[in-house]
Design a protein around this ligand. Structure first.
Ligand code: G3P
Ligand code: MG
Length: 250
């Protein structure tokens, strides 16, 4: 079970939104937290500000994870950069900013932390987000290895990323695998399928591997479930429970 798979040259246990449930999501503090816990891989979400700057943010709106309000796509980067993205989580994280993708990338590269970059477009911005993230990722990781893995629920974003930076690996993110999953992976020239663990079956893992692709599953927060999924042969799992599902888990 611990043999490295040629299909998956990336970490097996990946911290969700930077630091899972133990630090404010999609912040530098979260990535540092994961690194300090020994994680060598993090997942984070990237979308565009109103003036086109890629930033780490999950929601389309600012309310839940910052002290701002309104749509991310309606705000300029300068205004978003002044917001507090940590205080909602705990006083000790107060003043933690919304990081630009460029700054988060620099931290990952300096810290030796691999990144699964989830392209998370605001509605209607699928192509431009995929293009912008892929263009910037190519520049940011020039000469640095391993390259990040770009993933998205949006086929349009992945298509745009493939055109912009074909050399960057891509993964198709789904909740439930569609019956024509292989056609999607081939068309988008992906290296892996990222699937909710709730919709994963061992036969599917085998079929994806048999076709030469990797399988990542999210968001696995229960140790027993994590063990089962690893026994099924998933290549990687994304977790919020950084203290229970640790980098050397199983
Ligand atoms: O990339 C896996 C996972 O992050 C997808 O769901 O909503 O947490 O971004 P979400
Ligand atoms: Mg995500």
């Amino acid at each position: 079970m611990n043999m490295p798979r040629p299909l998956w040259p990336y970490p097996r246990i990946i911290a969700h939104r930077g630091g899972g449930l133990l630090a404010p999501e999609n912040t530098l503090a979260a990535i540092r937290f994961a690194r300090n816990m020994g994680f060598s891989g993090v997942e984070f979400d990237v979308k565009l500000t109103g003036d086109g700057v890629p930033v780490l943010m999950h929601d389309d709106t600012l309310e839940r994870t910052t002290d701002g309000s309104g749509a991310v796509s309606d705000a300029n980067y300068q205004d978003i950069a002044k917001l507090d993205a940590g205080g909602w989580f705990g006083n000790e994280f107060g003043g933690e900013p919304v990081p630009s993708f460029a700054v988060a990338s620099a931290l990952c590269r300096e810290a030796g932390v691999w990144a699964n970059i989830e392209i998370k477009p605001s509605p209607g911005e699928e192509r431009e987000t995929g293009e912008a993230v892929a263009r910037m990722a190519k520049l940011l990781w020039t000469g640095s290895r391993p390259l990040p893995l770009l993933s998205s629920f949006s086929a349009l974003a992945l298509e745009a990323a493939a055109v912009e930076s074909p050399e960057l690996p891509r993964a198709l993110l789904v909740v439930e695998p569609p019956s024509n999953w292989l056609a999607h992976l081939e068309r988008l020239q992906c290296v892996a399928m990222h699937v909710s663990y709730r919709h994963l079956e061992p036969a599917f893992v085998k079929a994806v591997h048999g076709s030469g692709y990797g399988v990542l599953t999210y968001t696995v927060n229960d140790s027993e479930t994590a063990l089962t999924l690893l026994e099924w042969g998933v290549d990687a799992l994304v977790t919020d429970q950084l203290d229970a599902i640790t980098p050397n888990f199983a």
